[in-house]
Design a protein around this ligand. Structure first.
Ligand code: BDR
Ligand code: CA
Length: 321
């Protein structure tokens, strides 16, 4: 099987760290670069976290600092109640070694894509600001990217409609203008929304087992996610938590774990529905409207959650495929 060449655009972030670990340990992944974006914490904090994770996971890839705020307006306060003050569940972090790439994130994306046209999958699990900036600076990258896989949005399958408002998911809500640009660009996008990420849950038992059998990596997952577990327990009465960002990696590696639908996608950019993602399915006809002329993109609607959980566990045990 050919390698999956990946740029990881991220706001680490507890579940971002877990997704990066999956990328780091999967034998079929060739990680080319990490780009950071504000979101789960401020940009300096998520960039520091990315450098820390690169060191911890023994990765040799550039890390470039990205956008500090959305295309329009200001960033809201970071969700410390979900990811902790340090963005990584308040686990102790040693002083950071290593330096950021001198380029801004969107420039690193452009340079990597130009250097390997047609080969790279961008996995974006934060606000899509860096991707929108890359498209503005080099619109021709749309023809040079193999696929963009986005964790974000919500389309109402299994009644999953939003996690920061009744209709909006955090990554889209945090920069709805950027998301609307990325989904409207003429490159292949697959969205891995709450519809499937909230159907995939790591239970307390699953995490305890991982800590037991998967060495340092398993213990890291248990430790970094304790804060996240507590947030899910208090906010949703859950035993465990939703698997958001690792689901985007799982799709990139194993699209057959997911059922999908295609159509043009718009994002509501203001008003009470700001951040809502709305698909006009290719299978339906409507009178002329704001979806016309937009490319058909793909959304995940169903997931084999057991297969995703098994992939994560197997990969940390050194048996990923
Ligand atoms: C998304 O928002 C962030 O908190 C997570 O890292 C994930 O990317 C889930 O809505
Ligand atoms: Ca994220």
């Amino acid at each position: 099987m050919p390698k999956l060449k990946v740029i990881f655009d991220t706001d680490p972030g507890i579940d971002d760290a877990m997704a990066l670990l999956l990328l780091a340990r999967h034998p079929r992944v060739e990680l080319l670069g990490i780009t950071t974006v504000f979101g789960n914490a401020e940009i300096d904090v998520v960039s520091r976290n990315a450098l820390h994770l690169v060191q911890r996971f023994r990765l040799a890839v550039p890390v470039a600092r990205g956008a500090a705020g959305p295309l329009v307006g200001e960033a809201g306060p970071p969700p410390t109640f979900v990811h902790g003050t340090n963005g990584l569940g308040d686990i102790p972090l040693p002083p950071v070694q290593g330096n950021l790439d001198p380029r801004p994130a969107h420039r690193l994306i452009i340079d990597l894509v130009y250097a390997d046209p047609g080969a790279i999958t961008i996995i974006a699990v934060g606000r899509m600001t860096n991707l929108a900036l890359a498209l503005a600076e080099a619109p021709d990258i749309v023809d040079k990217v193999a696929r963009v896989v986005v964790m974000g949005g919500a389309f109402g399958h299994h009644r999953h409609t939003g996690n920061v408002s009744p209709v909006a998911e955090a990554n889209i809500w945090g920069d709805p203008h950027a998301a609307d640009i990325v989904f409207g660009a003429d490159w292949p996008v697959t969205i891995v929304p709450l519809d499937v990420s909230q159907e995939t849950q790591m239970s307390d038992r699953y995490l305890a087992d991982l800590a037991e059998v998967a060495g340092d990596d398993g213990r890291f997952v248990r430790d970094v996610s304790a804060y996240y577990q507590e947030f899910h327990r208090q906010s949703a009465g859950m035993d465990g938590f939703y698997v958001h960002d690792s689901s985007a990696v799982a799709y990139a590696l194993h699209p057959e774990f997911y059922r999908t639908e295609t159509g043009a996608i718009r994002v509501a950019t203001d008003g009470i529905a700001a951040g809502q993602t709305i698909i006009k399915p290719d299978s339906k006809r409507f009178p002329p409207g704001p979806w016309d002329g937009r490319p058909s993109q793909t959304i995940c609607t169903e997931v084999n959650a057991a297969a995703v959980l098994d992939l994560y566990r197997r990969t940390l045990l050194g048996h990923g495929n």
